[in-house]
Every structure is written in C-alpha cells, then in structure tokens.
Design a protein around this ligand. Structure first.
Ligand code: SF4
Length: 445
C-alpha cells in the first residue's frame, strides 16, 4: 500500500536542511509519496526510519519470480481488487500438469505438446508458461527423471509438486539454476520444504486449510529465510476456490501480511470443457498461478485469451499502428479495404483477408484504438479522417483504380467519403467473416 506524504514525513528528520534538493522535509515527503524521488536522496534518514518506510511501502502482494532468462515469469505485486480501478499488472502463470507416473515416452510426448501451446492473437503471442511435474508415483527417482525430461522437452520453467520435501530436494537439484517453483502439498512438510527452497534459491508454494492456517505458517517460512511464497488455500472446485482466492486478495490488499502473496489454484474438473472454464475463472479472480490438465489447443486458447483480456489496461484501447498494410502479393488492381486501428477489428479483417487469398490493401485509420461503430459514433471514423488516412498512405500511387471498400456497418459514410476523396465507395460486409466471399466475388467480377 502506498504511503501518504504525511506518513513519510513523520519518519524524516524534519530539519529542513535542503540537502535533498527540496526546500523542506514536507516537500520531499510529498514528492516521495508521488513516486518522483527515492528515499536515498535524503542522506540523514535513520536506519530505523528507513526500515519502517521500506517495510510499510512493500507492495501488499509479494513479487515472486519463477524460472530464469527467457522462461522467467513474475507474478504478484498487484494493488487492485477491481481491474477498472487501475489495472492488473502481472499476468497469471499458466501451468499444464504432467505426472511422473507416466512412462518416459509419455512424459516426453506430453511435455513436448505443452511447450507447443502457443498462439497468435491480435498480433501478440500468447502461451503456456510452466510445466507442472506431479510426483504421483511418490518415488524420488521417477520424480527427478520426470522433472529433467519435462523441462528439456517443453523448454519451459517447471513447477515441482510433491508431498515430500526430500523428493522436492532431489528434483530441484536436477534443475539447479533454473529456479523452479517448489510446491509442497503436505502442510506438515512445509518447513522442511522451506529449507529446500532456501538452499536452491527457489520460490515455494504451500498448501494450508484457510487463512488462519496461513497466519501461522507464512511467518515461520519467512523466518526460515523464504520470502517468495505462493499460497494454495487447499480448496478444489470452482465455487470454493473462487471464494478462497477472493478472500486472500481482499485481505492482502488490506495489508494482512500473512496472506500478502500470490495464490495458486488447480483446475480439477474431469470434464474437459469445465477444466478450461475453471482455469479461466481462476485467472479472472485472482490466481497468480493456475495449474490445469487442459492440454488440448481448443481448451488452452480460451484460457490464454481470458488472461490476455484481463491483463490489458482497461483504460487504454489496444491499438495497432494506423497505416496502409499490404496483404499478399498486392498490385495496381488490388482492392483497398478500410477499417479502424482497434487491434481486434484490424486483426479480424487481416485474418479474413489472408483466408481469402486475394491480395488486398488494408488501410487502418487512426481512431485512437476504437472499433468501427464506436469510432463512427464518436466522430473519429468519418469522411475527413478516412480521406486524410488515404492521403497520408499515398494509396493513389499504389493502385490504378479509385475504389474504396468501407465496412458495411458504416455504409452511411459512403456519400461523404466519395465527396471528400473523389473515390468511388463500395459497401463491404458488416462482419469480417463475410470478407473472403466478398473479395472472391469482387475478384471474379
Ligand atoms: Fe529533510 Fe532529509 Fe531533505 Fe534535509 S535532506 S530537507 S532532512 S528530507
């Protein structure tokens, strides 16, 4: 929780010596509260005040890092209960489970498939972050072997899940330097697992039944030298887990330090569709890590799409660069489609143009990232803005015809665009899905 200027001021020497470059301690405190100056600019602050300020300004939810280098994923450090109040910052890490009770070939095959769960959506790659290796065999050797194989074949950072701290120690040792997340499912083993996490420099996930149990457990784990914790409230199933995750987030944001850590949730439904629904729900509220069996692309795409949507800034429309985009081997006869620079609109149009295999120019007009109808309603997509975009793109030098295709939803703009640009306007389909048949028909005409 951010400190106010007055709370910071109370901890300062109050001598107004100006050594920090500000005329008074209060002025310095106000700037620091606004995040515009660091505490170390005051050379006279005492060690006690420094410790108090640093502890009080610690984020309500601990930042936790899993994996290293290209596989590194950071979770936590969130400050809001409702994303519209600011935004959610660190997307949930999605992990897909593999059991060490499978044979070697099956583990390799599954891990390889998990590593390939990567999609492109609205111009961005969305992918699974982690492979979760479960010590279902209970055997340390099999667990160790499975961890090594899963990390190699998936190319991802690992979550190591076991009921035994000793088994976690063996598997963590084979992934030395890769910073896997260690998850101890047996609460009585948590302190032993903390020693393993500390020795290997890994974050630790612990399971406990309820908030009261965490209030006792997490201070002990901190004392054992592990700060990067992840909490499993022990619930399974949609309703109970959603309630537990919400309670943890609420309490953490009220600075209840014992639960000030990201949470981990497991989708355990047997039905494949419910697996995806559970995982998506836990992403929306408020899991830092979700572990699932949903390995099919049709299951994973909606999970990752939910994550992408939840973690964009709700106050900033997702926009693409407004410009002329040639799709395919365009020539002087290629049609010219117009749309806005709202990324979902643009990529829907681009995907359908690619599917049509008709080389086409797409002119995306700067509407500040708003969709066709929204931009039209707010007068950002009109005859003037479209004509300006045409001129800026120099489209008249690239094609020999003078025909422009407007989205069917804004057919009402056609007369104005014709007057303003001097081009002939054709009315395209209302939905992007109608573009392939429209373009094919036009190219045959
Ligand atoms: Fe106050 Fe420290 Fe600035 Fe001096 S350097 S004015 S003590 S905040």
């Amino acid at each position: 929780m951010a400190l106010s200027g007055l709370e910071i001021y109370k901890q300062l020497p109050k001598t107004n010596c100006k050594d920090c470059g500000f005329p008074t301690c209060l002025a310095f405190a106000m700037k620091m509260a606004a995040g515009q100056v660091p505490l170390d600019k005051c050379p006279h602050v005492t060690a006690e005040a420094k410790a108090a300020l640093e502890s009080a300004s610690r984020p309500p939810i601990q930042l936790v890092t899993i994996g290293t280098d290209a596989n590194e994923v950071k979770i936590g450090n969130e400050t809001q209960l409702y994303r519209h109040e600011e935004k959610f910052y660190r997307p949930t890490a999605v992990a897909v489970r593999v059991s060490d009770a499978l044979g070697e070939a099956a583990i390799a095959q599954r891990a390889d498939a998990i590593g390939k769960l990567c999609f492109e959506r609205v111009g961005t790659q969305i992918k699974v972050n982690l492979v979760a290796v479960c010590n279902e065999s209970g055997d340390a050797g099999k667990f160790e072997q499975a961890a090594k194989l899963a990390a190699e074949k998936s190319g991802l950072a690992c979550v190591l899940i076991s009921a035994t701290a000793g088994n976690l120690a063996k598997a963590a040792a084979v992934l030395s330097g890769q910073r896997p997340l260690l998850y101890i499912s047996e609460a009585s083993q948590a302190e032993a697992a903390a020693a393993v996490a500390k020795d290997n420099g890994c974050p630790l996930a612990v399971r406990a039944d309820g908030v009261e149990a965490f209030a006792e457990l997490t201070p002990k784990l901190n004392s054992a030298g592990v700060e990067e914790l992840i909490l499993d409230p022990g619930t399974r199933g949609l309703k109970e887990t959603l309630e537990a995750l919400t309670l943890i987030r609420r309490l953490a944001l009220k600075n209840f330090r014992a639960v000030g850590y990201p949470a981990i949730a497991f989708s355990t439904a047997e039905d494949p569709t419910m697996q995806a629904i559970e995982a998506s729900t836990f992403i929306a509220k408020y899991a830092g890590v979700v572990v699932t069996d949903a390995i099919q692309p049709w299951q994973m795409l909606p999970i990752l799409t939910t994550r992408q949507d939840i973690y964009v800034d709700p106050q900033k429309p997702v926009a693409v660069e407004p410009k002329l985009n040639p799709i395919g081997e365009v020539g002087a006869d290629s049609p010219v489609l117009v749309t806005t620079n709202f990324s979902l609109s643009y990529y829907s149009v681009e995907g359908e143009v690619e599917a049509s295999r008709v080389p086409t120019y797409i002119l995306s007009v700067d509407t500040e990232g708003t969709s066709v109808l929204t931009a039209w309603a707010s007068d950002k997509f009109n005859a003037e803005t479209i004509t300006q975009a045409m001129k800026k793109s120099a489209i008249e030098e690239k094609v020999s015809h003078r025909q422009l295709v407007l989205p069917g939803l804004v057919a009402v703009l056609s007369a104005g665009v014709e007057d303003e640009s001097g081009w002939t306007v054709q009315i395209g389909p209302k939905e992007a899905s109608g573009i392939p048949s429209y373009l094919k028909k036009q190219s045959q005409a």
